[in-house]
Write a protein that binds this ligand. Structure first.
Ligand SMILES: Cc1ncc(COP(=O)(O)O)c(C=O)c1O
Length: 352
């Protein structure tokens, strides 16, 4: 607290990201990164871009990157907005599209950055409880609102929402923006991108941090009607004209275009996830259905916090959330390599 701070800073409750440990000998299953590393073509493109040209600003419109993303998704470049990680894209969305007279709606158990953006931008919200199976009940979103946002699959539960249910939300909410945060969609969840042509109020966000293994590059994007994209561009150009640097643009284009590598690594992650789920279920764990590169699981007898602590003693870090209370028995575990998964299971066996 300081007399020098603007009033709003005193009120902020910032997001606390998962630990990025300083030591290297930990098995890191706590922030949903991809264990396989980015496409070698992306690394080569970043290296090739590290030249004397770095003295020049990058293209403020990221036109080539938008073209690649648009081509990949079968859209036009005006339907694409890019930012420094999907977190930045989401921040612009909250400010540009979700602040209205009625409250914003999102699930009570969801990505914990959403209420933080509401605090930053002074947006009223209602957190709608998930049902007792931790699922979104679409009828709960049938009420006056200034926008709706949810991840699909949801985080940290991992549970996917079927496309027909997303469409039911869109049909009942034609006058507010519906944002589907698809950070983890490539690990077995159906994307809402194909609904964009029918719903001008639908915005879909994706990231290169997970399925393209580029969390360190910071590249995320939004897809939607050109009118929504124009609002985001106005906010971006009132904030930072150059969020995508030259290295990020080069690496991102190569990663998007290397479809074979993307397919191979995401399939591998999904296979490891499915095998992990079976093995945990055989050890008295309950695992929620996952459409992401992580699982949300609780054991019949050992508490989530205790198991997380004991795994840490064995140099394995996973994520435990204390709030809300009904998720405190659970742990969120990122799917690692096959070898890391074996080490995780061996550690769990020894703890139990
Ligand atoms: C649901 C969800 N959305 C968005 C993000 C942001 O990802 P990034 O800023 O790396 O694109 C995350 C990160 O973990 C997430 O879990």
């Amino acid at each position: 607290m300081s007399q020098y701070w603007s009033d709003i800073v005193h009120e902020l409750k910032p997001y606390v990201p998962g630990e990025q440990p300083k030591v290297l000998d930990l098995i890191k299953l706590n922030t949903n990164e991809n264990p396989y590393g980015p496409s070698p073509k992306a690394i080569a493109a970043i290296q090739a871009a590290a030249t004397d040209q770095l003295r020049l600003y990058p293209d403020p419109t990221s036109a080539r990157l938008k073209q690649s993303i648009a081509h990949y998704h079968g859209l036009s470049a005006e339907q694409v907005f890019v930012g420094n990680g999907s977190d930045e894209v989401l921040a612009h969305i909250f400010q540009a599209l979700l602040k209205h007279d009625h409250p914003l709606l999102f699930p009570d158990i969801t990505y914990s950055f959403y209420p933080v953006y509401c605090g930053l931008y002074g947006i009223e919200y209602d957190a709608i409880p998930l049902d007792r199976h931790f699922e979104i009940n679409v009828h709960d979103y049938d009420r006056p609102n200034g926008g709706i946002i949810f991840p699909n699959p949801n985080a940290p539960t991992g549970i996917p929402l079927e496309l027909k249910r997303i469409e039911a939300i869109l049909q009942k909410n034609r006058y507010s923006v519906v944002v589907v945060d698809e950070a983890y969609v490539d690990f077995g969840t159906e994307s809402a991108v194909r609904l964009i042509k029918d719903y001008p109020n639908l915005l879909v966000t994706q990231t290169l941090s997970k399925s393209r293994s580029l969390a360190g590059l910071r590249l995320g994007y939004a897809l939607g009607n050109a009118e929504l994209i124009a609002a985001l561009t106005r906010v971006k150009d009132s904030f930072n004209s150059y969020p995508i640097d030259r290295l990020a643009e080069a690496g991102a284009i190569a990663a998007i275009e290397d479809v074979d590598y993307f397919e191979a690594t995401r399939q591998r992650v999904m296979q490891t996830r499915d095998a992990l789920v079976k093995r945990l279920e055989a050890m008295a764990f309950t695992v929620l259905p996952s459409g992401g590169n992580f699982i949300f699981t609780k054991h019949a007898t050992i508490a989530g916090a205790e198991l997380a602590q004991k795994l840490r003693e064995q140099k394995i870090i996973v994520r435990h959330f204390n709030q809300p209370a009904r998720i405190s028995p659970y742990l969120r575990i990122t799917v690692g390599t096959e070898r890391e998964t074996e080490q995780l299971l061996t550690a769990i066996k020894s703890i139990l």
